[in-house]
Design a binder for this molecule. Structure first.
Ligand SMILES: C[C@@]1(CC(=O)O)C2=NC(=C\c3[nH]c(c(CCC(=O)O)c3CC(=O)O)Cc3[nH]c(c(CC(=O)O)c3CCC(=O)O)/C=C3\N/C(=C\2)[C@@H](CCC(=O)O)[C@]3(C)CC(=O)O)/[C@H]1CCC(=O)O
Ligand SMILES: NC(=O)c1ccc[n+]([C@@H]2O[C@H](COP(=O)([O-])OP(=O)(O)OC[C@H]3O[C@@H](n4cnc5c(N)ncnc54)[C@H](O)[C@@H]3O)[C@@H](O)[C@H]2O)c1
Length: 197
C-alpha cells in the first residue's frame, strides 16, 4: 500500500534550500522551476556546475552561494532538497531538519526523505502527480508520457469554462454542487477522453 499523502505546494510563498549543484541538483532545480517558475530557492554548493549557472541566470527568485553548507543555511527555510555526493553531509542535514521541523528530500535516498518528488503530467491548469511509492520512477515516467498523450489539449478549455460557470452560479452550496455535478456528467458523456473515436 502507498501511504504517501499527496499535496501541491506553493513554492513561490515558502523558502526552499537546495544543496548540491551537479547534474542531480540541476534535475531537481528544473523539476521545481518548471512547475513553479517563481519558486524561492537558495542554492548552496561547494561547486556549481556551468549548466546550473546558465540555468539560474536571470532568475530573480533563485539565490546562489558557492561554498560549503553551513548549519545557519536552514534558518528561515521551510523545505530542503539535497543533491550532494556527500553521505556524511546528508546524514548531518537529516538530523538538523528533524530538529528544526523542516521537511527534507534527499534525491534518490528514500530512507532519508520526508517526502518524494512526483512525476508530473501537465496540461495547462491540470496537473496530475504520479507516485509509484518509490517502486519504479521509470514506470512513473512512462505513465506520465502515456497520460500526457491521452489527455486532449482542450481539457484546459473545459477547466476555464467550468471555472467561469462556477463563478457565475448563484444559490446555496448544495444546489451549486448538484448543478456542477450534473453539468460535468454530460461533458464526460459527450467528450469520451478514454476513446480515440
Ligand atoms: C519524480 C522523479 C523526480 C525527479 O527527479 O524529477 C523521481 N525520480 C525520477 C526519475 C528517475 N530516478 C531514477 C531513475 C533511473 C532509473 C531507476 O533507477 O529506476 C529515474 C528514471 C529516469 O531518469 O529515466 C533513480 C532513482 N530514483 C530513486 C532511487 C533510489 C531507490 O529507488 O532506492 C533511484 C536509484 C538511484 C541509484 O541507483 O543510485 C528514488 C526516488 N525517485 C523519485 C522521484 C522518488 C520516487 C518517485 C516514485 O514514487 O516513483 C524517490 C523515492 C525519491 C526522490 O528522489 O524524490 C523522476 C520521475 C520520472 C519523470 O517524471 O521523468
Ligand atoms: N548523476 C546521476 O545521474 C546520478 C544518478 C543516480 C544517483 N546519483 C547520485 O546523486 C548524487 C549527486 O549526483 P551528481 O551527479 O549531481 O553529483 P556531483 O558530484 O556532480 O554534485 C554534487 C554536488 O554536491 C556539492 N557538495 C558536496 N559537498 C558539499 C558541501 N559540504 N556543501 C555544499 N555542497 C556540497 C558539490 O559541490 C556538488 O555541487 C551522488 O551521490 C550520485 O551518486 C547520481
Amino acid at each position: 500500500m502507498n501511504e504517501l499523502f499527496p499535496i501541491y505546494v506553493k513554492l513561490a510563498q515558502i523558502q526552499t534550500l537546495l544543496v548540491g549543484a551537479g547534474p542531480v541538483g540541476l534535475e531537481k532545480l528544473q523539476a521545481m522551476l518548471t512547475n513553479s517558475p517563481n519558486a524561492n530557492i537558495h542554492l548552496v554548493a561547494e561547486r556549481i556546475d556551468e549548466e546550473v549557472r546558465a540555468f539560474v541566470r536571470g532568475k530573480d527568485t533563485i539565490r546562489t552561494s558557492e561554498r560549503a553548507f553551513a548549519d545557519t543555511d536552514i534558518e528561515g527555510i521551510d523545505l530542503i532538497v539535497l543533491a550532494t555526493n556527500n553521505p556524511t553531509l546528508n546524514a548531518h542535514i537529516r538530523k538538523l531538519a528533524t530538529k528544526n521541523n523542516v521537511l527534507l528530500n534527499v534525491a534518490d535516498k528514500p530512507d532519508l526523505c520526508d517526502f518524494y518528488l512526483g512525476s508530473v503530467v501537465r496540461k495547462g491548469n491540470l496537473k496530475i502527480g504520479i507516485s509509484t511509492n518509490g517502486k519504479s520512477p521509470t514506470i512513473a515516467k512512462r505513465l506520465k508520457e502515456f497520460l500526457h498523450e491521452l489527455l486532449p489539449d482542450e481539457i484546459d478549455e473545459t477547466l476555464d469554462l467550468m471555472s467561469q460557470l462556477r463563478d457565475e452560479m448563484k444559490g446555496d452550496m448544495k444546489e451549486k454542487i448538484q448543478a456542477l455535478n450534473k453539468h460535468t456528467k454530460t461533458i464526460l458523456e459527450t467528450k469520451r477522453y478514454d476513446s480515440p473515436n
